[in-house]
Design a protein around this ligand. Structure first.
Ligand code: BGC
Ligand code: BGC
Length: 842
C-alpha cells in the first residue's frame, strides 16, 4: 500500500486557476451576515447539566490536552500507543487506510482497531489530563463503503434521481447501524454540494444541481444517521454522528475545478450553496467539514467571515468545524503541520492525517506565544467536547458499547432490501423506442458490456479503498452484479440468459442489455475538460452498433457519476437507462427492466433527473432559460411505462469549443492544467496542490503562479524544489515505443544557478531509482535566451535509457532544482517526435 504522500502525489488532478476572473467585492464588516441572505439555523441546545460538565472538564485540562482535542490523525500514521502520549481528539481511517493496512479487513478487525484507540484514549487519566473519549471517523458515504461485506447504497447522484427524502432517511439509519457495529462514531457524510458544473469529478457525491432537493435531503440524511432530533432516538445506540460537507460552495467552482474557486455574490452563495446547511443544522447536525475550495479567491479554511460570522454566528451552529484532509496547507503562509490561520478563521479540529505531531507542537507554540488567543482554543475545545457529550460518548464507555460488535447489521437482508429499493427508484429511463421495455423474462436475453458483471464499477469511489478502482466481484460477499440480477429474474421465469462482455453470441438473442460506463474514481481522477463520455476503445459503442446492424434490440444501462454526453450511444440503443452508481444490489435493475413471468409490470420507472442532461459535450448553463441552457433533458425529466416519446436521431457532434480542445496529449495548455492532471509544488518531501492562482511549496523552495500565459515558476534557492504535474497512471512505455516525446514550450526567466532535472516518476515498479529517472537539462536552460519562448522535445525513450520503467507513470513532468531559477511553461504535452530532434537525449 503506498503511503499517503505517495498516493496523493500520484493521484492529483484537475485544478485550474482563475486568474482572469473578476472577483466580486467581499462584504464589509458593517453588513456581516445579512439576515435576509442567511437564515438562522437553530440547534439542539446542550442541556445545562451537559454544559456544566463540559465547563468542568475544560477547567481540568492542560493546554496540551486542549490542543490535542483539536487534532485528528489518520490510522496510517498514528498508533494507539501514540495516543497515550498525545491525547488527540479524533482519529480517522482515510480513504486508503485500514487495519493492518488491509482494506479487505473483517468487521472484527475493524472493531478491534477502533476499540484499541478508544481504550487508550481513556487510559492514564491524571490531574490536568482527564479521560476524554476520542471520536473515530470514516467516509461511510454510500453505506459503510470501506467495509468488506457492507451494504453499498447508490451514490448520491442516483439517490437524487429518486426524489425521495424518506428513503434517504432510511438509508442513513441503515448506514449508521453498520458503522456503529464496527465501533465507529462518525461518518463524513452527507455531502450537500450543489454541483453546478458536472465536469467536477466529485459530482457523483452530489444529490442534485437543485438547492431545493439537496436541502430536503440534507436534513433527512442527518436525521437518518443521528436519529431524529428531539426524540429518544437522537444519538441513541446504533446511530452515528454525521458531518455536513464541504462548507461552502464546493459544487460551485469555476469550470468544475476540484478544490477551485467559487466566484459568486454573497446572495448566490447563500441561496445556492448555503441552504442545505441550515436544514442540516436544524436536523441536529453537529459537525460541519470545511471545504478545500475558495470563495472569491479566499480559501474556505481561512475564511473567518463564512466559518465564524456566518456559520457559527448567523446560522447559530454550536457544533464544531472539522477541516478537510490537510486542507490547511493550501492557505498562504501555512504548512500542513503549522497553520494558525485556519484555527483563527474558525476551524475547530484540523484533519492532519500524517502531520498531526508537527501541528500539535506548532499550535501549542502559537498559543504560548499569543499568536492564537487561548479563548479561541477554549471555544474550539468546548464545541468538540459538547458534541462528544451530546453523542453520548462519555456514557457509553468504549470499548463496551451496546451497538459495537452487532455484526448481524452488516450487509443484513433488511439493509440490502433498502439498497435494492433505492436502485429501482434511482433509475431514469431516457429513451424507449418502440416500447422495447419492459422486457419479457421468458425470452432469450444477452447481457453484454464491460460493466455487466462488475460490482466494483457499480459501486464507484469510496469503496474499500479511496478511488475504488482495485475491486473485483470477490471483494463483495453477499452483493449482486447487474448481470447476476438479470440472470436470477430470467431463469426464474423460464427464459434464457447469457453473459458475453463483447456482445458476441451463438444464437441470436431476442434482446441485448449492454452495461457500460465510467470507471471508478473518488477524487481528482474523475475531473474532465468536457462531458464527452470517452470509454477506452469505444467498446460499448461498437457492440451497440453491431447488435443494431444485426437486428438485435438493444437496451443500454449506463453507469456514471453524472450525466455525460453519450449521443452516439443513445442513437445506437433502442432503450437507454441512466443507472448512476447503484452499489452492491444489482438486482434492482432487473426489477424494473423486466415484466413478471405472468406479464405484469412489477416496478415502473419512477426516477427523474436531478441533474440536467447535456445536449453537447459542454456543461449545461444552469442560469439560462431551458431553451438556452443546452440541456437535452432538463431537471425532472424521465420516462416511464405510461409515457412515450419519440426521440429522433441526436447530433453526434459534441460541439467542443477550441478552448476545451487542447492538442492531443496535452498536460498543460492555454494557461491551465488539463483535467484530470494537476499541478503541485513540492520540497523536502511535502507537496501542495495548486488550486489558486499562486502556490508556494511548504518550505518556500519554489512558488508557481498561473495566468493565461502559462505557469511561472520561481525557485528561491533556499532548498531543492519541484514543480510537477501529476494525475492518473499512464502507460508511457507504449508512447515511448511509438516514438513520442515530452514536448515543452517554455521561457527561461532567470538562468539556473544549479543543475536542473527533468523527471518522470512512476509507482510500481519505480522508474530506475526510487525517485524516478531524471535527465539533466541544465545546459539547455543555461543557453536559452532570457525572456524568449522556446520549444523542446525530449524523446520518452531517453528516460527508458536512463533506466526508467514507464509502465505506470503518475508524474509525467517534474522540474527540480536546488538553486535559484525562473521558468515559465506554456505547453506541456506528449507528442509525436519531430524529425530533427529525433533520438537526441539531453
Ligand atoms: C475529502 C473529504 C473526506 C476526507 C477524508 C478529503 O480528501 O475531500 O470528503 O471526508 O478526505 O477522507
Ligand atoms: C486519503 C483520503 C483522502 C485523500 C485526500 C487519500 O490518500 O486516503 O482519505 O481523502 O488522500 O487527498
Amino acid at each position: 500500500m503506498p503511503n499517503h504522500c505517495a498516493r496523493r502525489t500520484c493521484c492529483a488532478i484537475g485544478l485550474l486557476i482563475n486568474a482572469l476572473a473578476v472577483q466580486p467585492a467581499r462584504p464589509s464588516p458593517a453588513v456581516i451576515g445579512h439576515p435576509e441572505l442567511w437564515p438562522a439555523g437553530s440547534h439542539r441546545p446542550a442541556r445545562a447539566d451537559q454544559d456544566a460538565f463540559v465547563a468542568k472538564l475544560l477547567a481540568d485540562m492542560s493546554l496540551e490536552d486542549k490542543v490535542g482535542q483539536m487534532i485528528q490523525a489518520d490510522i496510517a500514521s498514528i498508533t494507539p500507543a501514540d495516543l497515550n502520549v498525545y491525547k488527540l481528539g479524533s482519529i480517522l481511517a482515510g480513504g486508503n487506510a485500514a487495519p493492518a493496512d488491509n482494506v479487505r479487513s473483517t468487521p472484527q478487525a475493524w472493531l478491534q482497531l477502533t476499540n484499541e484507540f478508544h481504550r487508550v484514549a481513556l487510559e492514564a487519566a491524571a490531574p490536568g489530563h482527564p479521560a476524554i473519549p476520542i471520536l473515530f471517523g470514516i467516509d461511510a458515504v454510500h453505506g459503510h463503503g470501506k467495509l468488506r461485506g457492507a451494504t453499498i447504497f447508490p451514490h448520491n447522484v442516483g439517490l437524487g434521481a429518486a426524489h425521495d427524502p424518506v428513503l434517504i432517511e432510511r438509508i442513513g439509519a441503515a448506514t449508521a447501524q453498520e458503522v456503529t457495529a464496527t465501533g465507529i462514531d462518525w461518518t463524513f457524510a452527507p455531502t450537500v454540494a450543489v454541483v453546478r458544473d458536472v465536469r467536477w469529478g466529485r459530482s457523483y457525491e452530489s444529490y442534485s444541481e437543485s438547492p431545493e432537493l439537496v436541502t430536503q435531503y440534507a436534513g433527512a440524511m442527518v436525521s437518518g444517521l443521528q436519529g431524529k432530533i428531539d426524540t429518544p432516538q437522537f444519538m441513541a445506540p446504533g446511530h452515528t454522528l454525521s458531518s455536513v460537507k464541504h462548507f461552502l460552495g464546493d459544487g460551485g467552482t469555476v469550470d468544475g475545478r476540484d478544490q477551485g474557486n467559487t466566484i459568486v455574490t454573497e446572495a448566490e452563495l447563500a441561496a445556492l450553496h448555503g441552504a442545505p446547511y441550515v436544514a442540516a443544522i436544524r436536523a441536529g447536525a453537529m459537525i460541519v467539514m470545511a471545504s478545500y475550495n475558495s470563495w472569491n479567491g479566499v480559501k474556505m479554511h481561512a475564511d473567518h467571515y463564512l466559518l465564524t460570522d456566518i456559520l457559527k454566528g448567523r446560522m447559530a451552529f454550536d457544533g464544531f468545524v472539522v477541516g478537510d484532509w490537510d486542507a490547511q496547507e493550501q492557505i498562504p503562509g501555512c504548512t500542513k503541520g503549522d497553520c494558525a490561520a485556519a484555527i483563527l478563521a474558525g476551524v475547530d479540529m484540523l484533519m492532519a492525517p500524517d502531520s498531526w505531531k508537527q501541528l500539535y507542537q506548532a499550535t501549542l507554540d502559537e498559543v504560548r506565544s499569543g499568536a492564537i488567543p487561548e479563548e479561541r482554543i477554549d471555544d474550539a475545545v468546548r464545541r468538540i467536547l459538547r458534541v462528544k457529550v451530546i453523542a453520548g460518548l462519555f456514557d457509553r464507555a468504549a470499548p463496551s458499547r451496546p451497538d459495537a460488535g452487532d455484526f448481524d447489521q452488516i450487509g443484513s437482508q433488511e439493509h440490502r432490501a433498502i439498497a435494492r429499493e433505492a436502485v429501482r427508484k434511482s433509475l431514469v429511463l431516457l429513451k424507449n423506442a418502440g416500447d422495447v421495455l419492459p422486457l419479457n423474462p421468458t425470452s432469450t436475453v444477452l447481457v453484454a458490456g464491460e460493466a455487466a458483471d462488475d460490482i466494483g464499477m457499480q459501486s464507484g469511489g469510496w469503496t474499500l479503498d479511496w478511488q475504488g478502482d482495485h475491486n473485483s466481484n470477490a471483494d463483495f460477499p453477499g452483493a449482486t452484479s447487474i448481470y447476476g440480477g438479470i440472470r436470477a429474474a430470467v431463469t426464474a421465469a423460464g427464459g434464457k440468459v447469457s453473459l458475453s462482455r463483447d456482445g458476441r453470441y451463438d444464437k441470436k438473442p431476442d434482446v441485448a442489455i449492454v452495461v457500460f460506463g465510467e470507471h471508478p474514481y473518488a477524487e481528482f481522477q474523475g475531473d474532465r475538460e468536457t462531458l464527452e463520455f470517452s470509454e477506452r476503445g469505444q467498446h460499448a459503442l461498437r457492440i451497440l452498433r453491431r447488435l443494431h446492424r444485426e437486428g438485435v434490440a438493444t437496451v443500454s444501462v449506463f453507469l456514471s457519476g453524472r450525466p455525460l454526453w453519450v449521443n452516439p450511444q443513445i442513437n445506437a440503443s433502442d432503450a437507454f437507462v441512466a443507472a448512476w452508481l447503484p452499489g452492491s444490489e444489482g438486482e434492482g435493475i432487473a426489477d424494473v427492466l423486466f415484466r413478471t413471468a405472468a406479464g405484469t409490470v412489477p416496478y415502473d420507472f419512477t426516477g427523474r433527473l436531478s441533474f440536467s442532461w447535456p445536449r453537447t459535450a459542454m456543461p449545461v448553463l444552469l442560469a439560462a432559460s431551458p431553451e438556452l441552457s443546452g440541456a437535452l433533458w432538463p431537471l425532472g425529466a424521465g420516462l416511464d411505462y405510461r409515457t412515450h416519446s419519440d426521440l429522433g436521431l441526436l447530433s453526434e457532434d459534441p460541439q467542443i469549443p477550441a478552448k476545451w480542445h487542447p492538442p492531443a496529449g496535452s498536460l498543460f495548455h492555454a494557461g491551465h492544467v488539463i483535467a484530470p492532471w494537476n499541478i503541485f509544488v513540492a520540497d523536502s518531501g511535502d507537496q501542495v496542490h495548486l488550486t489558486t492562482d499562486r502556490q508556494e511549496s511548504p518550505h518556500k523552495a519554489v512558488a508557481v503562479s498561473v495566468d493565461a500565459a502559462g505557469a511561472e515558476a520561481v525557485w528561491s534557492g533556499l532548498r531543492s524544489g519541484i514543480l510537477l504535474i501529476s494525475g492518473r497512471a499512464d502507460d508511457l512505455g507504449a508512447e515511448a515505443d511509438r516514438g513520442s516525446a515530452l514536448e515543452l514550450r517554455y521561457r527561461v526567466d532567470r538562468k539556473p544557478e544549479q543543475s536542473v532535472q527533468l523527471r518522470i516518476a512512476c509507482t510500481k515498479p519505480l522508474c530506475g531509482t526510487a525517485t524516478g529517472a531524471s535527465l539533466d537539462l541544465t545546459a539547455i536552460f543555461e543557453s536559452a535566451p532570457l525572456g524568449v519562448w522556446s520549444n523542446l522535445q525530449v524523446p520518452l525513450s531517453c528516460w527508458t535509457t536512463a533506466g526508467a520503467d514507464l509502465k505506470e507513470v503518475e508524474v509525467p513532468f517534474a522540474v527540480a532544482t536546488a538553486g535559484r531559477f525562473g521558468l515559465t511553461i506554456a505547453d506541456v504535452r506528449l507528442a509525436p517526435m519531430h524529425e530533427a530532434a529525433a533520438a537526441h537525449c539531453p
